[in-house]
Ligand binder design. Structure first.
Ligand code: HEC
Length: 214
């Protein structure tokens, strides 16, 4: 029994010595066998630094510095690409809901641009009229392509269409790297025009034209 207590005591002491201080904070760096450049000499932001006359690590940009990126002008506001704005994400700011309407006004010019971009980027798969019968289906490269006139897709908000164009969905890849933000919205506007072209009814015609039909 005496030996048991002795051995037990040694085991407990050993365990405490080896593992007992795990989780403690230490100012000493851990032993690293393969450092892999994880620790480097560098200036940390917001810390004091004697090297510069200002005594700061983070330096202000020199006067006259010009931003690399030009913001988009949307309804009189500047929107940068890093902002959580519906313009960039298709979603309501700070939420996951998609916006119903495009932040850009639909103009004839934008529709023309959208048509041109749609023909370049979407028509190969979705077809010139968006029915999913593009060239990639004919040659058998992409057997199943969504028909953009499907009721479900017509009912998606502008923001969700923008999201699909940007990030893709299921078998479709995203086109954010190839198509700039404003062009993606132009494509959405044109896609709406395509959808509308199939959903038009006699009621949409001006009364004079309707009278001529009858
Ligand atoms: C390489 C072929 C290809 C190209 C190019 C392509 N798509 Fe698609 N797209 C697909 C396929 C395939 C699907 C069906 C995805 C699935 O559900 O598996 C699809 C689905 C969609 C959907 C439906 C998403 C949903 O909720 O089901 C939309 C909207 C769409 N595409 C829009 C576009 C637009 C706009 C462009 C042009 C910027 C484009 N696509 C370019 C192949 C393509």
């Amino acid at each position: 029994m005496r030996y048991f207590i002795l051995i037990f005591g040694v085991v407990v002491l050993g365990a405490v010595l080896i593992a007992g201080r795990r989780g403690d904070l230490s100012r000493h760096r851990p032993i690293q066998i393969f450092p892999d450049m994880k620790r480097q000499l560098k200036l940390r932001p917001q810390t004091a630094n004697g090297f510069f006359a200002s005594g700061l690590s983070s330096q202000l940009p020199p006067p006259g510095t010009i931003a690399q990126e030009k913001p988009l002008m949307v309804g009189g506001n500047e929107v940068y690409s890093f902002e959580d704005s519906p313009v960039n994400t298709g979603r309501v700011t700070g939420a996951t809901n998609f916006v119903e309407l495009s932040p850009f006004p639909v103009t004839e010019q934008r529709l023309a641009r959208g048509q041109q971009r749609f023909t370049i980027y979407c028509a190969p798969c979705h077809g010139q009229i968006g029915d999913g019968n593009g060239i990639t289906k004919k040659i058998g490269a992409m057997p199943v392509v969504a028909n953009l006139h499907d009721k479900r897709i017509v009912e998606l908000g502008d923001g969700e269409l923008f999201y699909v164009v940007s990030n893709g969905r299921n078998n479709m890849q995203g086109y954010a790297p190839q198509i700039p933000v404003e062009d993606r919205w132009a494509i959405v506007a044109y896609l709406r025009a395509l959808q509308l072209s199939r959903l038009g009814s006699v009621e949409d015609l001006a009364p004079e034209t309707r009278a001529k039909l009858k």
